[in-house]
Design a protein around this ligand. Structure first.
Ligand code: FRU
Length: 548
C-alpha cells in the first residue's frame, strides 16, 4: 500500500474465528511497525497514523476486513479517501481501478452508492462552504441492515461524489454484545454561518424492538466537516402517549423560529411530532404536526419545510401496505400552518414506485433538494461480491404547483448525457444493446394515448412503464414484485423522463407531476429500450456516463 498524501489508515474489521484478531502494519521488509488488536466482537474501527509518501504492508491476523481506506489529507473534501482493496493486499483502488471495482452488472453508475455493502437513509443533507454533504445510514460489514454507522460523502455538483471517512459508529455496548442492536440512527444537519449542527437518534435495544428499546436524540457540530464534536444528549423524555419508536430528528428554521420534527407513534397512530427551540439545544415539545389514521407502525424520517409559499410535511410509513400491495410508501402533506398542527389541504405519495424511502430535503440557493433511499422492499436484492445494497435517488428539485409536489431531477444530472442513440418522432422504437445499461430517455406525446415502454429486459424478466385505459403505472414481470401494479396518480401522461442505471429505474412523468422509482435486477451488461405507442412521440435516447 502506497500512502501518497494520506496520513491515516482506517480499517473496519472483525475476528474471523474464536481468536481475538488483529491488524498488523509492517514495512516493506516485513518488520512490524504497529499491531492493533480488534476490541469488539461486532467490528472494530481501526485508525492508524501512517507517514505520507510511504509504502507499507497491511496484514490481517485471525481477522476479516470489510472496508479499508486512507484518510487524513488536508484537501480530503476535494479528493476524498483512497479506497483500499482488502481482498488484494490492501492495494489502492484509485481512478480507473475504482471505476472497474464499481463496474458490476447491478451496481448503479450515476446514483450514489457506498464503497461496499449496505446503505439506507440519507442523513444530514446540506450545503456548506462550497460542498454538498451527504451522510447516510451505513453497515460496512454486509449487504444487510445491521448496527448503524454514519457514512459521509461530499460533492460540488450533486452528481460526482467523493467518499469521505466514516463519521459515527454504534455505541460500544452494542459492539460488544450480539444480543443488542442499534447505533447512530437517522438525523439531519442545520448549517449555521461558521458551523453545521447535526441532530440524530441513538438507538440501543434488543434484537426485537419493544418496550426495552431506547431511542434518544443527540446533537453534535462541525466547523470543517472533517472533525466532529462529541455528541450530547438533547431529547430523551418522550411526550405522553409516544411509544418506543421516537426518532429521526429533522431540524429547520423559518425566519427566527427554530423547529425540529420527530417520527413516532402516539396512542397507536403514526405521527410527526413538533418541537421548538430558541437556542437549538433546548427543545420543547409542542404537539403532533401530523397524525395518521392509517394502520402504520410509525412514521419514520419526517421532514417539514416551507416551499413556494406553503408548508409541506413528509414522512415514511413503516410496515404499511397500500391497496395495490405497495409496501412502505412515503407520504407528503401540503397545507396551512399557524405554528402548531399542519392543516393538510392536499396529500399524496412521494414516489409511486415504492422503492424510495426515508427521503430528506434541504435548501440551497433557493432550491429545495430531495434525496431518497432506493430501498429493496420486495426482497429482490441479489448479493454479489464486492457489492453494494442500496443507493440514493438522483437528487430532485421540488416545487409546489396546483396543490401538489412536482419533483424533477436536478439540472446537473443532464451533464452526464453522453452519446445520442436516437432523436426523432416515432410510434415505435427498439434498442436492444445499449452499452453499459445506463441510459436516459425523454418521450413527449403530442396526443394522449396508450403506450408501453420496456425499460429493462433480462431473459423473461422485464420492467415496463404502461399507459392504459386512463392509468399510468410501472409493472415488472418474472421478479418478486410482479404481482403489484405501481400506480401513478397521473391519469394522462404527456411526457416521461426515464433514467435507467443498471438495477435502478426512475421515471418522471409530466415534468415532475409524479415520480416512480423501481429496482430491477438486470444481469445483462447491455440496456434495453422498447417503445410502442398509439400516438406519435418525440423521443430522445442517450447513454449516461458513470460518476466514478
Ligand atoms: C428508516 C429507519 C429510520 C432509522 C434508520 C435506522 O429506514 O428505520 O427510522 O433511523 O432507518 O437505520
Amino acid at each position: 500500500m502506497y500512502t501518497g498524501k494520506y496520513e491515516c489508515l482506517e480499517i473496519f474489521a472483525r475476528p474471523d474465528g474464536p481468536d481475538q484478531g488483529s491488524i498488523v502494519l509492517t514495512d516493506c521488509e516485513g518488520r512490524i511497525l504497529k499491531k492493533k488488536e480488534l476490541e469488539h466482537e461486532y467490528g472494530t474501527w481501526v485508525r492508524l497514523p501512517v507517514e505520507k509518501d510511504s509504502i507499507y504492508q497491511v496484514k490481517t491476523e485471525h481477522a476479516w476486513a470489510a472496508l479499508a481506506y486512507l484518510s487524513g489529507r488536508e484537501d480530503i473534501l476535494e479528493e476524498g479517501v483512497c479506497v483500499l482493496d482488502p481482498c488484494n493486499d490492501f492495494k489502492e483502488l484509485e481512478g480507473e481501478a475504482y471505476r472497474r471495482f464499481c463496474d458490476t452488472p447491478y451496481r448503479e453508475q450515476y446514483h450514489f452508492t457506498p464503497i461496499v455493502n449496505w446503505l439506507n437513509d440519507p442523513n444530514g443533507l446540506c450545503w456548506y462552504q462550497g460542498y454538498y454533504h451527504l451522510f447516510y445510514q451505513y453497515n460496512p460489514f454486509g449487504q444487510e441492515w445491521n448496527n448503524m454507522y454514519w457514512g459521509h460523502a461530499a460533492s460540488k455538483d450533486l452528481v460526482h461524489w467523493k467518499h469521505l471517512p466514516i463519521v459515527l459508529e454504534p455505541q460500544k455496548e452494542i459492539l460488544n454484545d450480539q444480543e443488542l442492536k442499534g447505533g447512530a440512527f437517522s438525523g439531519s444537519a442545520l448549517p449555521q454561518e461558521d458551523k453545521v449542527l447535526f441532530f440524530l437518534t441513538r438507538h440501543i435495544g434488543p434484537q426485537e424492538d419493544g418496550s426495552d428499546t431506547v431511542q434518544y436524540q443527540t446533537m453534535m457540530d462541525s466547523r470543517d466537516m472533517v472533525n466532529f464534536s462529541p455528541e450530547k444528549e438533547i431529547i430523551r423524555e418522550k411526550p405522553k402517549g409516544a411509544n418506543f419508536d421516537f426518532r429521526d430528528p429533522k431540524a429547520g428554521e423559518f425566519g427566527d423560529r427554530c423547529y425540529l420534527v420527530l417520527g413516532s407513534c402516539m396512542e397507536g397512530k403514526g405521527s410527526i411530532l413538533l418541537y421548538e427551540s430558541e437556542d437549538k439545544e433546548h427543545w420543547h415539545y409542542r404537539c403532533p404536526l401530523i397524525t395518521e389514521s392509517q394502520p402504520i407502525r410509525t412514521i419514520e424520517c419526517p421532514d417539514f419545510f416551507k416551499l413556494d409559499g406553503t408548508y409541506v410535511a413528509m414522512g415514511a410509513w413503516m410496515d404499511y401496505y397500500d391497496q395495490q400491495g405497495r409496501f412502505q410508501p412515503s407520504r407528503y402533506y401540503i397545507g396551512k400552518w399557524n405554528g402548531r398542527r399542519l392543516h393538510t389541504e392536499n396529500e399524496q405519495w412521494v414516489d409511486f414506485g415504492s422503492n424510495c424511502y426515508a427521503a430528506q430535503t434541504f435548501s440551497h440557493n433557493g432550491r429545495r433538494i430531495f434525496m431518497g433511499w432506493v430501498s429493496d422492499f420486495y426482497k429482490e436484492h441479489v448479493v454479489t461480491e464486492p457489492g453494494t445494497y442500496g443507493s440514493m435517488t438522483i437528487p430532485r428539485e421540488l416545487h409546489v404547483r396546483q396543490g401538489r409536489i412536482y419533483a424533477l431531477p436536478v439540472k446537473e444530472i443532464y451533464s452526464l448525457r453522453r452519446e445520442k442513440l436516437f432523436s426523432g418522432e416515432i410510434r415505435e422504437l427498439k434498442k436492444e444493446h445499449i452499452p453499459g445499461n445506463q441510459y436516459y430517455a425523454r418521450i413527449t406525446f403530442e396526443n394522449q394515448g396508450d403506450f408501453q415502454i420496456i425499460m429493462g429486459k433480462d431473459g423473461e424478466k422485464e420492467i415496463r412503464l404502461v399507459a392504459e385505459s386512463g392509468k399510468v403505472f410501472l409493472k415488472t414481470q418474472g421478479v418478486k414484485s410482479s404481482t403489484i401494479e405501481f400506480l401513478s396518480s397521473v391519469k394522462e401522461c404527456r411526457s416521461a423522463e426515464i433514467f435507467v442505471d443498471r438495477r435502478t429505474v426512475e421515471v418522471y412523468l409530466n415534468d415532475g407531476e409524479d415520480v416512480g422509482t423501481k429496482l430491477f435486477y438486470n444481469s445483462r451488461s447491455e440496456g434495453y429500450f422498447f417503445l410502442k405507442s398509439k400516438e406519435l412521440s418525440q423521443t430522445e435516447l442517450f447513454t449516461m456516463d458513470s460518476v466514478w
